[in-house]
Write a protein that binds this ligand. Structure first.
Ligand SMILES: Cc1cc2nc3c(=O)[nH]c(=O)nc-3n(C[C@H](O)[C@H](O)[C@H](O)COP(=O)(O)O)c2cc1C
Length: 383
């Protein structure tokens, strides 16, 4: 399939009739810049506004659905009604620039830094600490406390409650964060979920929590919003641990999710063209190809991962994904879409200038996010 820039810029219509102006969305990115009390700051509102003109849809940084789900310093809260005005500021800043605003809803589970959660008690499906990447791995001896069955049911309700707040705050949709090793994924993973009740054990039981979160969010949407409110679901296809999620586990989950009446699915990948590590026959076929084959056009898939240039994007769309998300590239060049629309794709900037403080101001990047970028070698391509 040959893809032209006009195709990237063509409108897309969701099954519920909502139309978005083009195929490029901003991927969810935590910016570490909210106030310690969980309200948003002026700096992050400006950061969103700066990036919401070209893309059709902005998925926000994740927000925690309960106090013990706060996964990052400077993460904004969505666990109480008093945060609705704060959430409203983000939704308005995005919508005023012409993009749809989607709130990513989340619980960090065993990845939460203990100092951010009440009494330092981190919770998960079972008492298995994270092996990698978790904020709690800095103190690896801290075992998460397994949630009781009743607490799991309350947690499912909490995702619904944050959805109700998103609706009240004027968001156009929510994205359920089932990726990147956080609580929803912890229930799906045989590494972190060793439960023996209806939420654990078989692959089917491990899907119970994710699927019940979807049902509850959709129930709340049907009760509190009109038919235009979007619900998406993000997942990570594989885990490196043994036991851990395999590509075949994910295809089973995705097959179920595709029958749930969601508005979109969103894979989480660092490389759009990456191939599976295990669980499927042909390890040379890309994860995206496997996902598209399983989904069979039942629900749109958003692809993502190291797309920097227009050529990268055209190549990605040639696989058949209808929508593409950009994360780091929209921090590096907030005018990415506009440059393509104005036939200036050769002016797209693909490396961040980490030494020039003026660039930070020009790009409207809040201090905590800027500091994370410049102190994490290899994370962002830079000069
Ligand atoms: C600064 C930063 C923060 C991120 N925060 C989140 C997040 O809150 N939720 C999420 O699902 N993914 C998060 N991600 C992952 C991105 O959404 C994306 O999947 C990843 O960066 C790969 O896309 P890219 O190559 O376009 O950057 C974050 C990535 C970055 C760079």
């Amino acid at each position: 399939m040959t893809v032209k820039n006009e195709d990237l810029l063509s409108p897309f219509r969701f099954a519920n009739g909502v139309e978005i102006k083009n195929r490029i969305v901003m991927a969810p990115m935590t910016n570490f810049s909210s106030n310690p009390d969980g309200t948003v700051t002026d700096a992050e509102v400006s950061y969103y506004a700066r990036r919401s003109k070209g893309v059709s849809m902005v998925i926000t940084a994740c927000t925690y659905v309960t106090a013990n789900g706060k996964g990052f310093h400077g993460e904004f809260g969505g666990d109480r009604d008093e945060f609705i005005p704060s959430l409203q500021r983000v939704a308005s800043a995005i919508k005023e620039q012409g993009a749809k605003a989607i709130l990513q809803i989340f619980h960090g589970g065993r990845m939460c830094p203990p100092e951010l959660v009440p009494n330092g008690v981190i919770v998960s499906a079972s008492d298995i600490p994270a092996e990698r990447g978790g904020n709690s791995t800095e103190e690896p001896d801290i075992k998460p406390r397994p949630l009781s069955e009743m607490e799991v049911e309350e947690m499912i309700k909490a995702f619904g409650e944050t959805t109700r707040r998103a609706i009240a705050a004027g968001f156009d949709g929510v994205e359920i964060h089932g990726a990147n090793g956080y609580l929803i994924q912890q229930f799906f993973s045989p590494h972190s979920n060793r439960r023996e009740d209806r939420f654990g054990g078989s692959l089917e039981n491990r899907m119970t929590f994710p699927l019940e979160v979807v049902d509850e969010v959709k129930r709340v949407v049907s009760e509190h919003a009109d038919g235009s409110f979007l619900v998406g679901y993000r997942f990570s296809p594989e885990e490196p641990e043994t036991p851990g999620i395999t590509m075949s586990d994910t295809l089973t989950l995705v097959d179920s999710l595709a029958g749930k009446g969601l508005d979109y699915l969103h894979v989480s990948l660092m490389d759009f063209f990456s191939t599976p590590h295990r669980g499927v026959q042909d390890l040379s076929k890309s994860r995206i190809e496997y996902l598209l084959e399983t989904i069979k056009n039942r629900v749109p898939l958003i692809g993502v991962g190291s797309i920097y240039t227009a050529e990268d994007a055209r190549k990605a769309f040639a696989t058949g994904v209808p929508l593409l998300a950009l994360a780091r590239e929209l921090i590096i060049d907030p005018d990415w879409v506009q440059k393509i629309a104005e036939n200036r794709e050769n002016e797209i900037v693909t490396k961040i200038n980490k030494v020039n403080k003026e660039k930070q101001k020009e790009l409207v990047i809040p201090d905590p996010l800027w500091n994370a970028i410049i102190h994490s070698p290899g994370w962002f391509p830079g000069v």
